[in-house]
Design a binder for this molecule. Sequence first.
Ligand SMILES: Cc1cc2nc3c(=O)[nH]c(=O)nc-3n(C[C@H](O)[C@H](O)[C@H](O)COP(=O)(O)OP(=O)(O)OC[C@H]3O[C@@H](n4cnc5c(N)ncnc54)[C@H](O)[C@@H]3O)c2cc1C
Length: 604
Amino acid sequence: MGLYTELPDNLNVDVLIAGGGTAGCIVAARLAEADPRLSILVIEGGRNNNLPTIETAAFFIANLSPETKTAIFYQGNASEHLGGKAPVVPSGGVLGGGSSVNMMMYSRGMRPDYEWGPGWAHGDLLPYFKKLETYHGADPTGRHGTDGPIHVSDGPFRGTRPEQEFIEAAAKVGYPEVDDLQRFDVSNAVQRAKKLVSPEGKRQDTATRYLKPLLADDKHLNLHVLVEHQVTRVLFDGTKAVGLEYKPNPDFRPEEPTIRSIKANRTVIASCGALGTPLLLERSGVGNPSILSRANIPVVIDLPGVGESYQDHILAIYSYHSSLSPSDSLDALAQGRVNPADLFARNDPILGWNAQDVACKIRPTDADIAKLGPDFQALWDQDFKPHPERFLMLASLVGAFPSDPSLLPKDKPAQYFAVSAFTGYPYSRGHIHVSSSSGATNPLISDIDFDPSFLSHRFDVLSHMWMYKTQREIARRMPCFRGEFAACHPPFPPESDAFCQELDGPLAADAPEIVYTEEDDVILEKWLRENAGTTWHSLGTCAMKAREEGGVVDANLGVYGIEGLKVVDLSIVPKNVGANTAATAMMIGEKGAELLIQELGLRK
Ligand SMILES: Cc1cc2nc3c(=O)[nH]c(=O)nc-3n(C[C@H](O)[C@H](O)[C@H](O)COP(=O)(O)OP(=O)(O)OC[C@H]3O[C@@H](n4cnc5c(N)ncnc54)[C@H](O)[C@@H]3O)c2cc1C
């Protein structure tokens, strides 16, 4: 198998790929399939992804634990918009990247989200969205794929009671159920969520589904993957990319600081993700000269868009007490009340559950918009009102307690549910850049100037304030609702209608909506600033736009001013997509591979 922790001597390589993440694994596999004679080397900073916490859907949260070393934690700057907090944005840091560690929600944006440039309109991209997937569900409009590597399914288990109760409660609040929110043209509704999980319950990451079958057969002997090594720079001959410089990842090999390099006969591809790729370009001398000179990096190409226009969706999570039983929730497993070995011994279907069964894409009513004030109304009228498919917020129902487990009472085992909610099209924009050397142990990720700028735009704050109130009204109408888990909600005072507390029974079916005072709104905004953060959906930092508009790549994914260097990952996205981002990253991998196959003249 061509998967190494040490590279064989004298490897002759045609195509070098920096980063074996979601898009990178797809590009490598599709190029190898197109021409097995082509010699391809992927250099991935993280380890191999052959871990039970990755393959088994129910253990998804373990992959964010620092001990598993499967994520990269990008440290943001302290921000006045977040009550002085310094946010951390995790990203996939293992073979398969985000697709190996994500929460497996299957989601696609709306048709207008995919209008990026020549060859990148929705109609151009739909074939690639279909090519990547095998969809297990009804598809009357033919928008889904039938024979791609990634299975999209219900998985083997659903928390059917909370799912049904949430769907009925959402309908009462104004959001009906639809079969498919991921067909690019339906929103303002809720859906029984599909997952990036096979019907048998296995995670569908791109390393396992695209790359490893080729590494295991005897037909793709020129496909090579080096794990546990970080790419430090792209090497240039003038302005032509000719190779990569790399070194062992100190997380796995602290004793081996040797820097090595390798040449590419044909092309170099950067696929380190929306946080890793701009840092790689800047370390290589591609970026804004003033930022590069601050870090003593000689300029190869003046390209000020690198690392700018950072976007994420901004997330807040709200937990609730419930009357759910252990079989309706992942809490017994997450809180150590059942032995995972027993679940494995009986091949319990709950092991294939990602604990998220409902997806929502919703808009406020005209009356809600008016209440949010004239500034909100003006932007709404400009960017949302003319586009009925463009929604304000995404949300999902979580079948477990997803916050800090130390908040849970030790003496009272229980089941909870939660709503996770995030902005579809935030206006806040940040940046990520290299900064001057500080002697950090792992300077590739800690020696940076990263400002995600969450909640720096007031529209995003108001969107979340509306969503807090809306999701709470839905939760309150679920028969299993037993009050708010107060530590995961704003501290409204006891005299307020909005005061959060545990209840002995469900709310009356005709319970009135909560009325929030101005003081409650102040408390809500402060709480959001202290508690909202990343949705792990970083994108846009090497955008496909005109160079004079801050663009970094052209419609062929080539970096402006550089020969032989492509970017293929979510950093190229020029405007936000109203969706969890994995399917879009996979589509970019598929489309990017096709462009490279054409450009390199590979046989089909
Ligand atoms: C915790 C989490 C939960 C998520 N949940 C969902 C979800 O439920 N549904 C959904 O649709 N999306 C979800 N996402 C988002 C989605 O998974 C990502 O947007 C997507 O995988 C990004 O793909 P990419 O190819 O752009 O980058 P990545 O997949 O991040 O790939 C980049 C790769 O480059 C490697 N790398 C970085 N720097 C270097 C370097 N210098 N040298 C070598 N290698 C390097 C990284 O280790 C990584 O493997 C989640 C993401 C995370 C992190």
